[in-house]
Design a protein around this ligand. Structure first.
Ligand code: KG4
Ligand code: ZN
Length: 336
């Protein structure tokens, strides 16, 4: 197959991102304009503000992606763009831009599922290939996915309530920490003790590979409120470390259970929470103990970026999955 050069666009939440990716795995540019500072004072992403900022930023971000890659529009073979799931207004900005661009340069448009993009982050700049199990842990989703082949997925487990990243962000808020809370809790947990407070590990009786974080969230909130009400000092580091340990224990435990049940030898992680140091260390030793091959994307490809969208778009093209110009944004787009 001859060389395929893709421009990829990602605007599903609070990052305006564009990248140029060659043959799915080679990164020529990776531009990310984060809106985090803009949303911080509200304690979370404000959808309308996100959309407006994407409108302002998308043009310069795409231009920068092309110039860093030293590529002109006429060199591109296709435009890949996230069309769901995510915030509908935010998605529409990237999608409309990508559509207009693809139309103008008369090249194919390729819609990409955001979570499929996260899974494909495991292929960037390496030769890791399916079949594999992938633990997807982001701000909005928690899945154990059996990746049978490129674009061929079976969801083995998922959350019944909060996503892992959502639990991190909510707990951070209770602790008075800034948004997004995941990286801050990760940092605090480094100097905390995981043994002092024992938070629950949820068992989902009718779905052994499913997750539930609402009980854990309530337990942490109750602990903190009780300490505050009684005027008892608590260690924020110990709360962070104990909460993180409870999350990591179930994530690793269920991923290992899925690996044993399916007999799949390769494990991958992806999504914002896969940047978590506690999770990476625990997953590495669990896989090592069982002789499983583990791939973890570099931190820059764990959180939202457009390279993973370009990678996924490339494999969509190889499977003939090209989109038409009436492609729409779907906030709840299903993975399978
Ligand atoms: O994948 P992502 O960038 O966006 C979504 O698709 O949602 O994930 C963002 C989530 C946020 O909830 C953030 O708190 C969490 O990932 N996150 C982390 C870490 N870095 C980001 N959670 C735990 N530890 C981290 N180091
Ligand atoms: Zn994401």
């Amino acid at each position: 197959m001859s060389e395929l050069l893709l421009l990829a666009i990602e605007t599903s939440c609070d990052e305006t991102a564009a990248a140029v990716v060659k043959n799915g795995r080679t990164v020529l540019s990776n531009i990310i304009a984060s809106q985090i500072e803009l949303h911080k004072k509200y304690g979370g992403v404000v959808p309308e503000i996100a959309s407006r900022k994407h409108v302002e930023t998308i043009g310069p971000v795409v231009e920068q992606a092309l110039s860093v890659a030293k590529v002109s529009l006429s060199d591109l073979d296709a435009v890949a763009v996230t069309n769901g799931p995510g915030l509908v207004g935010a998605l529409l900005v990237g999608l409309s831009y990508g559509k207009a661009l693809a139309y103008a340069i008369r090249k194919p448009l390729v819609g990409v599922h955001h979570i499929e993009g996260h899974i494909c982050a495991n292929y960037i700049e390496n030769d890791f290939e399916p079949p594999m199990l992938c633990l997807v842990v982001s701000g909005g989703h928690t899945f154990i996915v059996y990746v049978k082949d490129y674009g061929c997925y079976e969801v083995l487990g998922q959350t019944r309530d909060d996503a892992a990243g959502e639990a991190y962000d909510k707990i951070a808020r209770v602790l008075g920490l800034a948004y997004p809370g995941g990286p801050i809790i990760d940092q605090l947990a480094e100097s905390g003790d995981t043994e002092v407070i024992r938070f629950p590990r949820a068992v989902v009786s009718d779905g052994p590979l499913d997750f539930s974080f609402s009980g854990l969230k309530s337990a942490v909130i109750n602990y903190v409120n009780k300490c505050r009400a009684c005027g008892v000092a608590y260690s924020i580091e110990n709360v962070a470390a104990s909460f993180q340990q409870a999350v990591v224990d179930v994530l690793v435990d269920k991923t290992m259970k899925a690996a044993m049940e399916t007999g799949v030898q390769k494990v991958a992680i992806s999504g914002g929470v896969s940047a978590n140091r506690g999770l990476r260390t625990a997953m590495l030793s669990a896989c090592h103990e069982r002789g499983l091959l583990l791939n973890m994307p570099p931190l820059a490809y764990c959180t939202d970026n457009a390279v993973m969208i370009g990678t996924c778009g490339y494999y969509n093209i190889l499977r003939g999955k090209i989109s038409s110009m009436d492609l729409n944004a779907h906030p709840d787009l299903a993975l399978v």
